[in-house]
Design a protein around this ligand. Structure first.
Ligand SMILES: Cc1ncc(COP(=O)(O)O)c(C=O)c1O
Length: 462
């Protein structure tokens, strides 16, 4: 198509992306402005089509734990491609890599007597967990026990069912999501949700009372599962009060409600332990993993379930003659081979231990931003940090600058060679876990330059 011939509804400019719909982007913007197009990677850096290098402080949706040029993961994919590029794992057939990966993941997960079902994406891992909960409860003669509790602001996926977990009313309404089995509770975000004068303990008491009330109102025998990320990144890196998860778990146990632990972001060392449940101190019934599970080099996910749940499911499948669930690419051989090599690397290099070793250096740089005039709060754990910007300031708000300060920060940071992700007023910093201390310094030096540039614009507007 020649320039200016970009079809009906076009802009007259050919950006080369008129037919592409990009998620979490403004569709019109994608059509009118060429997005960042990445053609290469080198450690924690990515390289765009114009040869510009960016330090990726987002690890691309918190995925690329080993960065963008790990030869071992590439070689593992290549070996599997040559040996057996694909076979579906279903109908009493599978491949060796899938068998071995299930063994290894069952052994290393905090789930008791674990059994593993694979998927392709994090959304699938969570959706399958919910499906399995229902399948089990049908077997147990509890067809009504299928309601799901999640926390507002959380993100558990993009399918019709998972999109209704967490999120916001605007999101639920805009896609007309089926919400009849969804129950929503507050995020354990003391900084943003605590009441004036409330202590953190009193805040936690209030959240537990809310959870109990939601269960009582729904009818405890109709609630099947509670799903949470150990740390909600979508809600701005919410680090819960210290007793929160232990107390949530106690309430769930009392009502026989399953605890689904969404470790899609937090798994594989991000928090300094293999899984966030270990860092935050709780014992889930089901654990969902994806993203860093293959270093993100190939789509694969896992739903890891407790032995008691498995036995009910096995009995149900026995009664029916088969477990009527599968996915063509659930446990793709190449993904499984890459995930096995990822596990080898994680164990050989003690990736969680490395995160713990580098965390003080990372935290020092996050915490140093706390006194910045534009910063309202900072939060950090392991190799993850959040810098929440102030949202008040009359003049700057009127000029629309403070409202969009975090977005502006991301744009200016990108102009300076740094990719960050923002969620609401919060800048999220979660680079590949292999980042060196020198690169951590480079990251925060650039971030500070961008933050000062935003502050200048805010001051000029205010
Ligand atoms: C915590 C969490 N759960 C689930 C998902 C969904 O994973 P996917 O995008 O692979 O479907 C995401 C994706 O960002 C996530 O952050």
């Amino acid at each position: 198509m020649a320039i200016g011939e970009d079809g009906p509804g076009g802009t007259g400019r050919n950006t080369g992306v008129e037919r592409l719909m990009l998620g979490f982007s403004n569709l019109r913007e994608t059509r009118e402005q060429r997005p960042m197009v990445l053609t290469g990677g080198d450690g924690v850096f990515v390289i765009d089509e114009d040869g510009r290098r960016f330090l990726d402080a987002s690890a691309s949706f918190y995925c690329a734990a080993l960065g963008y040029s790990n030869e071992r993961l590439v070689a593992a994919a290549h070996r599997q491609m040559q040996a057996m590029p694909f076979y579906v794992s279903a109908q009493q057939r599978t491949v060796p890599a899938v068998i071995e990966l299930a063994e290894r993941m069952a052994a290393m997960s905090p789930i008791r007597d674990a059994h593993v079902a694979f998927g392709a994406t994090g959304s699938e891992a969570n959706e399958f967990a919910l499906k399995f909960m229902r399948y089990r409860n049908m077997w147990r003669g509890q067809p009504k026990r299928k309601k799901m509790i999640s926390r507002l602001g959380s993100y558990h996926g993009g399918t019709l069912m998972t999109a209704g977990l967490g999120g916001s009313k605007t999101l639920h309404d805009s896609f007309a999501l089926p919400m009849e089995d969804h129950l929503l509770v507050s995020q354990p975000d003391f900084f943003n949700n605590g009441l004036p004068g409330e202590t953190e303990d009193a805040f936690c008491d209030r959240l537990i009372a809310e959870l109990e009330q939601v269960i009582a109102d729904a009818g405890p025998e109709e609630v099947g599962a509670f799903i949470a990320e150990p740390l909600s990144f979508s809600a701005g890196l919410v680090i819960p009060p210290k007793d929160y998860f232990a107390r949530v778990q106690a309430v769930l146990k009392q009502h026989d409600i399953l605890f689904i632990d969404d470790e899609v972001i937090t798994g594989y060392g991000r928090t300094g332990r293999m899984f966030g449940a270990e860092t935050l101190g709780f014992q889930p019934d089901i654990l969902c993993s994806a993203k860093a599970m293959s270093g993100a080099y190939f789509p694969i996910s896992a739903t890891i379930i407790d032995g008691d749940i498995y036995r009910d499911m096995e009995a149900h499948s026995d009664m029916q003659g088969m477990f009527a669930h599968a996915g063509t690419f659930a446990g793709h051989p190449v993904g499984a081979a890459v995930a096995l090599e990822m596990l080898n690397i994680v164990e050989e290099t003690d990736l969680p231990g490395e995160v713990t070793r580098k965390a003080p250096c990372f935290a020092r740089r996050v915490n140093a931003l706390a006194d910045h005039p534009l910063v309202a709060d900072v939060r950090t754990i392991g190799m993850a940090g959040a810098i929440q910007l102030k949202s008040e300031g009359a003049g700057a708000m009127a000029a629309g600058v403070l409202e969009g300060a975090a977005k502006l920060l991301a744009t200016i940071a990108q102009d300076h060679g740094l990719i960050i992700r923002v969620t609401g007023p919060t800048a999220m910093i979660a680079p590949p876990l292999i980042i060196s201390e020198a690169e951590i310094d480079q990251l925060f030096d650039t971030f500070s330059v961008a933050l000062d540039a935003v502050t200048e614009q805010v001051n000029a507007a205010g």
